[in-house]
Write a protein that binds this ligand. Structure first.
Ligand code: HEM
Length: 151
């Protein structure tokens, strides 16, 4: 087992944990909460937040290490890997920003609405939209990750 293999392995474990967890929250927990009540969802989203951000940290740290394994810059520029990586990095920044807004602004807003007995739907719908945006970005980012490693 080489360090580069371990790094890509951890990178992908982090990706699966982050994006798989988000898929589950968006497509299973969200609809169940809209049907059966929002209160239990708040605690689940709070717990998921810890796992999500541990996974994001793992993905970003191993991602930077992976960059060091791409080889000389002129080769990466010639093959197109550098351009694909730059595009991927911008989309990752956007995905992390939206995920941060969702977890650290909208989830607390939902918790406050539930605690005060207010209408939780505005926060729920903001969370649902942000989940769609992050999942859509992830589809493109995963493609770009595969393209970088094959360029
Ligand atoms: C700062 C953030 C990130 C950086 C710097 C980064 C960097 C890289 C690099 C350099 C590779 C190529 C590894 C190799 O060929 O050895 C790679 C592969 C990959 N990355 Fe990322 N990445 C980041 C975040 C992400 C995210 C957020 C996702 C998915 C949501 C992702 C998905 C992938 C995938 C699917 C591969 C392909 C692995 C392979 O085929 O070997 N990456 N990443």
């Amino acid at each position: 087992m080489t360090p580069s293999l371990v790094s890509v392995w951890l990178h992908l474990l982090g990706v699966v944990t982050w994006i798989g967890g988000l898929m589950y929250q968006a497509h299973v927990l969200g609809p169940a909460a809209r049907r059966d009540g929002v209160a239990p969802l708040v605690e689940m989203l709070r717990r998921a937040r810890r796992v999500t951000w541990a996974a994001v940290a793992l993905v970003v740290l191993t991602g930077f290490y992976n960059v060091t394994l791409l080889g000389p810059l002129d080769r990466a520029l010639q093959s197109g890997a550098a351009l694909l990586l730059a595009l991927k990095f911008m989309l990752v920044l956007a995905a992390v920003a939206v995920a941060g807004q969702r977890d650290f602004a909208q989830v607390p807003r939902l918790a406050r609405a539930v605690a005060a007995g207010d209408d939780p739907r505005p926060a729920l719908s903001a969370i649902a939209w942000m989940d769609r945006v992050v999942l859509l970005l992830a589809v493109v980012i995963i493609y770009l990750g595969l393209a970088v490693s094959r360029a």
